[in-house]
Write a protein that binds this ligand. Structure first.
Ligand code: ATP
Ligand code: MG
Length: 384
């Protein structure tokens, strides 16, 4: 066990790294963040911020010699960096799990090889793959870049061959996955932690609503059947085990025609798990610290129904923050801001949660607060 007082390294200093840093420092650990951004949200709260690239040898040597354990907050850290560090200190999750989940082709192939249901898909690496792909998945499809996509970036919906050719050119003819566009009943996700001893703790299933490819709202408990809930939890658990995963991860699912399809895996805490900060016995970031340090996992029980709403940069107008007073007036609303200086459209600036006696009531209150916050920056209101 790596006990409080030790030093932990975090590759990546965005909001996920920041919330990890808060949890780790609360538990008495020192945190060193590696992130090339001098204005890194996590770097500001860490004991030390190394402002360098993820392959910078001097920085990695410093991390390896100073830290007892290192983790990552995003999947695009080069797997070679994780391998290099793993020869010198504890690294969780391991390079193999990250290498699979940072590349959609590897990820989808891994899921298919292990018998997990996904939307029909096909790999695109060359021109002839386009026509073959449409034959496999059908004419209505989504083309997704294999690496470095997030928040709906690097993907395009297509209809037919000409459209697909145009979309692939837009994505610079990079390796892609072509997926069947599936009709969605809803989307759900399971966030879980797996310890080095193989113990797994899942949080309650979240129901996710997206807007323009970006997560907008998570409702917990998810309003889906008990059978879907149990199956999603079981599948997420099996995926973590097959990946020999150690740390916190999330599995996103589509619910289509009453059946679950795995959409993607995130090898890190997840936006749809932010509700755990305010509504669970142990939150996903404390659990990330626990699993990284080999401490026993904390209980994941939900203390109250909850809704989480993302706060995107669109809500800021001419540099002015939204009217927080309308949020802060609610006695069961919790505001989380990530300390990002510049608000850009689509940029995740923070989130808030609302606790209530039922998920429906939490959603009603959350949508009302979202409406009030959007009033000074019209055009971003949710369609309830
Ligand atoms: P993030 O990393 O933020 O979750 P991403 O860029 O990796 O996003 P996906 O999860 O692949 O993107 O897709 C984003 C959203 O687009 C999905 O949550 C879903 O709402 C919609 N979507 C993606 N693929 C499909 C599909 N095959 N059929 C229907 N809807 C889809
Ligand atoms: Mg996604």
């Amino acid at each position: 066990m790596i006990l409080p007082g030790a030093t932990l390294g975090m590759l990546g200093g965005g909001q996920l790294g920041r919330m990890f840093t808060v949890a780790a420092r609360t538990l008495g650990y020192n945190v060193i963040v590696l992130d090339p951004d001098p204005d890194s949200p996590a770097g500001k709260l860490a004991s030390d911020h190394i402002c360098a690239d993820y392959q910078d040898t001097t920085a990695l040597v410093y991390l390896a010699t100073t830290c007892n354990a290192v983790s990552t907050e995003f999947e695009n850290v080069p797997a070679t960096t994780l391998e290099w560090l793993a020869q010198r200190c504890v690294v969780r999750p391991g390079a193999r799990a990250v290498a699979i989940t940072q590349d959609r082709i590897h990820e989808k192939t891994f899921l298919r090889d292990h018998g997990f249901p996904t939307a029909a898909f096909s790999v695109v690496r060359s021109e002839p793959d386009l026509e073959d792909g449409l034959r496999t998945v059908g004419d209505a499809a989504v083309l997704k870049i294999s690496r470095f996509g997030y928040d709906g970036k690097g993907q395009e919906r297509v209809s037919g061959l000409a459209d697909l050719q145009r979309a692939w050119a837009n994505l610079k003819n990079e390796a892609c996955v072509l997926e069947q566009l599936v009709p969605l009943d809803s989307e759900v996700s399971v966030v879980l932690a797996r310890g080095a001893d193989g113990a797994v703790a899942t949080w309650p299933v979240g129901e996710n609503r997206h807007r323009e490819g970006i997560l907008d709202i998570t409702v917990v408990p998810a309003r889906v059947s008990d059978a879907i809930t149990r199956e999603a939890e079981a599948m997420a658990r099996q995926i973590a085990t097959k990946l020999e995963y150690v740390g916190v991860m999330a599995v996103e699912f589509f619910v289509s025609g009453g059946k679950l399809l795995v959409n993607e895996i995130a090898p890190r805490p997840h936006n749809s798990g932010h509700y755990t900060l305010d509504a669970c016995v142990t939150d996903q970031f404390e659990q990330q610290v626990r699993s990284l340090c080999g401490l026993p996992l904390g209980e994941t029980r939900l203390l109250s129904p909850v809704v989480m709403v993302n706060l995107l940069g669109d809500l800021w107008r001419d540099g002015h923050a939204p009217p927080w007073s309308s949020l802060l007036a609610h006695p069961r609303a919790k505001l989380h801001l990530y300390g990002k200086r510049e608000a850009r459209p689509g940029r995740k600036m923070g989130h808030f949660t609302v606790l209530a006696d039922t998920a429906e009531q939490a959603l009603t209150d959350a949508l009302e607060i979202q409406r009030l916050l959007a009033r000074h920056a019209p055009g971003r209101e949710s369609v309830a």
